[in-house]
Design a protein around this ligand. Sequence first.
Ligand SMILES: *[C@@H]1O[C@H](CO)[C@@H](O)[C@H](O)[C@H]1NC(C)=O
Ligand SMILES: *[C@@H]1O[C@H](CO)[C@@H](O)[C@H](O)[C@H]1NC(C)=O
Ligand SMILES: *[C@@H]1O[C@H](CO)[C@@H](O)[C@H](O)[C@H]1NC(C)=O
Length: 277
Amino acid sequence: MPLIVITGVPCSGKTTRSIQLKQFFEAQGKEVFIVSEYQQIVKADFKKNAFYADSNKEKHIRGLLKSEVLKFINSTNVVILDALNYIKGYRYELYCGTKANKCTQCTIHAEINRDEAWNFNTNREQEEEKYSRDIFDALIMRYEDPDPKNRWDSPLFTVFPENELDSEAIYSSLFKKPPPKPNMSTQNPPLSSTNFLYDLDKITKQIVDDLIKIKNSGCSGEITLPGYEGVTLNVTETNAQQLMLLRRQYLTYSKMHPPEEKDVADLFVQFLSTSLK
Ligand SMILES: *[C@@H]1O[C@H](CO)[C@@H](O)[C@H](O)[C@H]1NC(C)=O
Ligand SMILES: *[C@@H]1O[C@H](CO)[C@@H](O)[C@H](O)[C@H]1NC(C)=O
Ligand SMILES: *[C@@H]1O[C@H](CO)[C@@H](O)[C@H](O)[C@H]1NC(C)=O
């Protein structure tokens, strides 16, 4: 049933953790698939450093990985996504995918001291597996830490190289709790929160203002907003009036089908992305 999202900066031990988890779940009688970013890079005949220097190549592989994951998940097996997964918005998309398939998900954050990670990199035997200093540093800069407060990063298990994986806890989180309902409107009535309407207003206004600013600066085609890198918005034909109209629709909908407050921004960006297609 479940998806295990492995995430971490370069050389933090993601593949090692993936293999450990595969062995553990196979010992529990599960069928396990590892979907590996590095293998896809090799298969596509990209060179590692050139690949991470080219956002179009990255986007292409991210799309492939996501469809592989969604192809494999079903009610009996375990899918492990062994990739950097450094974009918050991308992890959110994966979460939406598993949720739509009524599957559970957890996140393993392979954490590491940056110098130690660089050491591992320098000591790699295969030259083509090494990151250049530039790319290594850039990926660390780009990395958006998972946060257990985000529904899509949770439950979150953080492991440093010297830690043991808590396999039992991971197992329980995936198999002993019901999967989330694929519904936007299953959460507590937010009107109990006095700030909800105020926040709803403020958050959506900020996003629309940002978009108008981007649009007015002459951008067209598909863009992404900072913090929502996984979601593209086609701004070619939109204007301030349409964005305000969409915002009003979203507000009306959200008042009737209140999302969790922490999801408001992501859901609104998703909504805009769909509406602007
Ligand atoms: C789940 O997928 C695997 C591999 O694709 C397949 O072997 C297995 O029979 C599937 N299980 C169900 C319940 O569909
Ligand atoms: C979402 O919730 C509504 C009302 O609770 C329910 O009728 C509908 O079937 C749910 N949708 C899904 C996809 O489960
Ligand atoms: C964005 O929208 C415009 C107009 O609707 C369309 O011509 C263009 O192909 C779209 N761009 C992308 C990247 O989808």
